[in-house]
Design a protein around this ligand. Structure first.
Ligand code: ZN
Length: 295
């Protein structure tokens, strides 16, 4: 399926930003602290080139400052749609797909929503320290952020976590599954984008995937599952679930498909930028429709 001119522009933006994050900055985490900060600066500069003023939500780990980075686009209503991706990479990996892809996506989406009137307030957030040893601990960037949201009483009606969204394969049996049984119902070819929720967020998942499929240019699969099933809670949506918010993860399923998951070979050349662009253009429509829908 040929890309439209708008999708080609989007694809080139995504490719450029993944190249900066994973090709130029490279591995970025607390062991590569200057690179982690270089990524934070890059994200802030990108937001500001879109005309958006970013805010650093900072906490300390071992006397070093860690920054979640957010921009807010005020809507007619205080209820918030929050779209996020983690910008750290796992030790030993440049993190092109995990999660340069998610960060490039939120930068591209923020660019497109900047200056547009919306019903909901939109927030685009880049989280620090998603990967081990912070993963699913109170030191995870998104956990710190979500607990501050809860303390302030922020009304977040939906959190969307963009987690490893750029790899696709048409090879037979390129898709595996974490849970015995699930593979019986879902495709075994890794050419779709996945929507994942906990049980509490199943209505949000159904709406989001329904909106995605209205203009579907790419196959999609959705599952609302108990969060103990391996893979379901494996990103920043976990932090929001833990604070009672509804959230979903959009993912190419990462380790269940991507041969370079958490490896030194997770480099920008491994991504399928055409299909990656279709995911992001589809998510732009999902956000527009979730924004317009009644709460
Ligand atoms: Zn990740």
């Amino acid at each position: 399926m040929p890309l439209s001119p708008g999708e080609i522009t989007l694809r080139d933006e995504l490719r450029g930003d993944v190249q900066t994050l994973a090709g130029e900055i490279g591995e970025r985490n607390m062991a590569r602290y200057p690179q982690l900060n270089a990524a934070a600066d890059f994200i802030e500069n990108s937001f500001s080139r879109s005309g958006l003023q970013s805010r650093r939500d900072t906490y300390e780990l071992g006397r070093r400052a860690c920054h979640n980075i957010e921009v807010e686009i005020r809507g007619a209503r205080p209820e918030i749609l929050l779209i996020a991706a983690h910008y750290d990479s796992v030790f030993g990996s440049p993190g092109a797909n995990d999660n340069g892809s998610g960060v490039a996506a939120i930068l591209a989406l923020a660019r497109r929503f900047a200056g547009k009137p919306t019903e909901h307030t939109l927030r685009f957030v880049a989280f620090v320290n998603e990967e081990p040893p912070y993963f699913q601990t109170s030191q995870m960037g998104s956990f710190v952020y979500a607990s501050r949201c809860k303390a302030r009483g922020d009304q977040i009606s939906a959190m969307i976590s963009l987690e490893t969204i750029g790899y696709f394969s048409d090879a037979p049996r390129s898709q595996t599954y974490p849970a015995v049984g699930l593979g019986t119902f879902y495709p075994t070819t890794g050419n779709f984008i996945g929507f994942v929720a906990n049980v509490h967020s199943r209505r949000l998942l159904r709406r989001a995937i329904g909106f995605f499929r209205k203009d579907a240019r790419l196959p999609s699969e959705g599952a609302a599952l108990p969060s103990f099933i391996p893979g379901v809670a494996w990103s920043d949506q976990w932090s929001f679930w833990r604070h009672g918010y509804r959230g979903i993860m959009i993912t190419d399923t990462a380790l269940f498909r991507y041969p370079h998951y958490h490896a030194s070979t997770d480099t920008p050349d491994k991504l399928d930028y055409d299909r990656f662009a279709l995911v992001v253009s589809g998510m732009e429509k999902v956000i527009e429709k979730l924004d317009a829908a009644s709460p």
